[in-house]
Design a protein around this ligand. Structure first.
Ligand SMILES: NC(=O)c1ccc[n+]([C@@H]2O[C@H](COP(=O)([O-])OP(=O)(O)OC[C@H]3O[C@@H](n4cnc5c(N)ncnc54)[C@H](O)[C@@H]3O)[C@@H](O)[C@H]2O)c1
Length: 244
């Protein structure tokens, strides 16, 4: 997939994902002009951000909102992959509109998962009339993951709830309430991320499964997103980046 080259990128969060993104960005001919982590937070200034075309934020649930607001305040197009802060996402999008800025959030940047999201929506449409099937979700990640359920599982659950009206909310546990959608989170090492959506009846079970083998897919998607947002204004998702 082709994209803009020679982008100047500010990395906000230089952990597992920040480092994986750096490697892919350099391979694709981009430049990392700023790396912010907890030990150099004082460098997260308007003057330093102005050196970049795009910021990519991967820190975590507790820091994402403030970092996002700061980049938007300084009018830097922003790609954010931190999960576990969805309660504040609408506020960030409203601020982006007010600032006439550019913001792309994705609970999962991998091409495969974004295709999986489309399959999940289609399967929910097909299963909607088949009320004898119960539905559940399972996600497995590494033990250092800070949020549960994963942002990807929340996206999958919300896609199911948007179509299947016999379910009215997801819960992060087993449930006997037929109106609740059970999302089970398991933490096992090493596990970059497995998501399963299951429809089960007395007769049969349909499972759709996505298994990430490593972080490269997320990092590549985040860099593709950065290439896409460069020079744009508006609020985008991976659907636009991947043309899904
Ligand atoms: N959207 C996706 O495709 C996707 C994929 C993988 C991970 N994630 C999410 O991305 C986030 C980061 O994941 P990770 O595996 O890189 O975690 P990590 O713990 O390896 O890295 C996070 C880094 O952010 C730094 N950090 C924390 N607070 C900060 C702050 N206020 N300012 C700057 N830096 C700060 C930490 O010191 C750490 O180096 C998590 O929320 C994770 O769930 C999303």
């Amino acid at each position: 997939m082709g994209g803009a080259t020679g982008i100047k990128i500010a990395l906000i969060g230089y952990g597992k994902m920040g480092k994986a993104i750096e490697a892919i960005a350099l391979q694709r001919g981009h430049e990392i002009v700023l790396k912010i982590d907890v030990d150099n937070a004082a460098d997260f200034t308007a003057a330093n951000l102005q050196k970049a075309d795009v910021a990519i934020e991967f820190t975590g649930p507790h820091s994402a909102f403030n970092n996002v607001m700061k980049c938007l305040e300084y009018s830097l197009p922003l790609v954010c992959g931190s999960t576990g802060w969805l309660d504040k996402l609408d506020e960030a999008k409203a601020f982006c509109k007010q600032q006439k800025g550019c913001f792309l959030y994705a609970s999962n940047f991998s091409v495969g998962v974004n295709i999986f999201f489309e399959i999940n929506k289609r399967l929910a449409e097909l299963m909607k009339p088949h009320t004898d099937y119960n539905i559940s979700l399972e996600e497995i990640h590494h033990t250092q993951k800070k949020d549960a359920p994963s942002g990807t599982a929340v996206t999958l659950a919300e896609q199911v709830l948007a179509t299947i009206d016999r379910k009215n909310k997801w819960v992060n546990n087993e449930t006997n309430d037929p109106q609740e959608l059970s999302v089970i989170s398991k933490r096992i090492d090493p596990a970059p991320g497995t998501h399963t959506v299951s429809y089960h009846s007395a007769i049969d079970t349909i499972d759709i499964v996505h298994t990430a083998h490593n972080r490269t897919g997320f990092a590549t998607g985040a860099v593709l997103a950065a290439e896409f947002v460069k020079g744009k204004k508006g609020i985008f998702s991976m659907k636009e980046v991947l043309g899904l």
